[in-house]
Design a protein around this ligand. Structure first.
Ligand code: FES
Length: 88
């Protein structure tokens, strides 16, 4: 059985996915407190416009995962309407 929950918000300025999730009280694992070191805050960008991958995303996720839409929530900034999937 699969269940999808949707939560939508308006963001006034560019913010990271982690910051937006925190604003919405959505928990994303972030043991390194958003410093781009632990690689635990993985989300999947389904659609929309986000920042280009950072060096630490390339190091922690690799090109294959990045190509499939996986990103680090603390390193990825939302630029325009975007749909994000949370990963357990
Ligand atoms: S919170 Fe550790 S890499 Fe994003």
């Amino acid at each position: 059985m699969n269940i999808k929950f949707f939560k939508e918000t308006e963001v006034k300025k560019e913010k990271t996915i982690l910051d937006i999730a925190e604003d919405l009280s959505i928990k994303i694992k972030s043991p390194c407190n958003g410093k781009g070191k632990c690689g635990k805050c993985i989300v999947k960008v389904i659609s929309g416009k986000v920042s280009e991958p950072t060096k630490c995303e390339e190091d922690l996720l690799g090109k294959k995962n990045l190509g499939q839409g996986y990103r680090l929530a603390c390193e990825t900034t939302v630029i325009d309407d975007t749909e994000i999937e949370l990963i357990k």
